[in-house]
Design a protein around this ligand. Structure first.
Ligand SMILES: C[S@@+](CC[C@H](N)C(=O)[O-])C[C@H]1O[C@@H](n2cnc3c(N)ncnc32)[C@H](O)[C@@H]1O
Length: 406
């Protein structure tokens, strides 16, 4: 195993107040629109708030090229900054948009009542379409027609922003009523007594989710301004310019790391996405393109790690494919950002080899003219993660890396 070295920031001292506990133990994370929808590997909201307030001046624009559930963008709009987000996952882009779009209740309440009435009527007379096995496996039989009824009633909402709010509530509902264990990174179907005890109520869950959403988006600052679109971080064009990037990139590709795709598939299915369309989208996740490996990106730590993986005969190719894509994204970011790039990332363990993402990111960004200015760490709670070729993966320390243009 490689030694885990401390990263040394260029000016030595961390800039945030020494007594600031970046673990934010016991601090509420479910305030404002953060609570509307859970997202896998979401950034800690108080951490995002600290970084936005400390590093991005008022009214400046920040980019989150891997915006996920929108944690960073929400903090941007709450703190008077502008946010632009991209994510290859359509669910992530949708959630991020909804969490950052203020909607007064007069636009939502009436439609909400109508959707509920229509869905209830539809559920009573349901002639249900068939659901693919990979989806129906995760639901009770009587849940399925109710999810269809909500999907159909929501599709008739004319106001696009209101419709998206209800879609987010429906997707959170679809997650809530799924027959899966909670708090785990990968899906695992409930078994035995756990399955028997679980009595999901689709409409109750949808009502709770929607009412929470309606209340929270109404409280966003009226001038909140963010955009969040489906897009590949490697494709951000030079005509866009941002003061800063704040982002937590994917920790590894979707096939051998955090299952962003698996996490989202069922929820997107209930929003009308076909499984084929989702499969296509999956190719754009970092490390999933199966593209030709051209060269090892400029990082000595990565080269040594890949040698270790090669000696063990495991995972070299997957790791290289991921880091090649990650490097391509960092190169893009270096071209569109004016001041700084802030990366929040944990380490990975692959085939019993620790992969030091802090070092690798630092060396790659160094090659494109960004030096590490401040470095902080925080503890990351391990979640149960599927077995990855022997010992499984996991993270325990999160690196918070602030790079300045040289
Ligand atoms: C760690 S998550 C980001 C979490 C986010 N900060 C939050 O608070 O929810 C990483 C995200 O990167 C996205 N992603 C993976 N490959 C991508 C790519 N090529 N371009 C843009 N986003 C990508 C995944 O869909 C995932 O949502």
């Amino acid at each position: 195993m490689l030694p885990v070295l401390n990263l040394i920031a260029e000016d030595g001292q961390p800039e945030l107040a020494d007594d600031l506990d970046l673990n934010f133990a016991g601090v509420d994370t479910q305030y404002a629109t953060h609570a509307i929808h859970p997202y896998i590997a979401a950034i800690n909201p108080p951490l995002a708030r600290t970084l936005v307030e400390h590093y991005v001046p008022l009214r400046e624009t920040l980019l989150d090229p891997f915006c996920g559930g929108g944690g960073v963008l929400v903090e941007a709009v709450l703190r008077g900054r502008q946010g632009v987000g991209y994510d290859v996952n359509p669910l992530a882009a949708l959630i991020s948009r909804v969490k950052t779009t203020p909607l007064p209740t007069r636009r939502t309440i009436h439609e909400y009542t109508r959707v509920l009435d229509e869905a209830q009527a539809l559920a009573r007379n349901s002639a249900c379409s068939t659901v693919p096995k990979v989806i129906s496996y995760w639901y009770n039989e009587d849940t399925v027609p109710l999810l269809f009824a909500l999907q159909s009633a929501i599709s008739h909402v004319e106001d696009g922003q209101v419709r998206e709010l209800f879609q987010v509530a429906l997707s959170a509902t679809a997650r809530e009523v799924m027959l899966t264990y909670r708090g785990e990174v990968r899906l695992r179907r409930l078994q035995g007594p756990d399955l028997e005890r679980f009595k999901p109520n689709v409409f109750a869950s949808f009502r709770r989710r929607t009412e929470l959403g309606i209340g929270r988006v109404a409280q966003l600052p009226a001038n909140a301004h963010a955009s969040a679109e489906v897009g590949d971080a490697r494709g951000i064009t030079d005509d866009q310019k941002f003061h800063s990037v704040i982002t937590s990139p994917p920790y590894a590709d979707d096939t051998n790391g955090v299952g962003y795709f698996q996490f989202s598939r069922n929820m997107l299915y209930w929003l009308g996405y076909s499984l084929d369309a989702l499969k296509e989208q999956r190719k754009f996740f970092l490390g999933c393109s199966g593209s030709h490996i051209v060269a090892v990106p400029p990082s000595g730590t990565l080269a040594r790690t890949l040698d270790l993986l090669a000696q063990k005969g495991t995972y070299r190719r997957q790791a290289l494919s991921f880091y090649q894509d990650y490097y391509a994204a960092l190169v893009r970011l270096a071209r569109v950002v004016e001041e700084q790039i802030i990366i929040v990332i944990g380490d990975r363990v692959l085939g019993r080899t620790r992969i030091n993402n802090g070092h690798i990111t630092t060396e790659m960004l160094d090659s494109v003219g960004f030096g590490l200015q401040h470095y902080y760490t925080r503890e990351l709670k391990k979640k149960r993660i599927a077995n990855l070729g022997g010992d499984g993966g996991g993270t325990s320390i999160e690196h918070i890396l602030v790079y300045k243009r040289r």
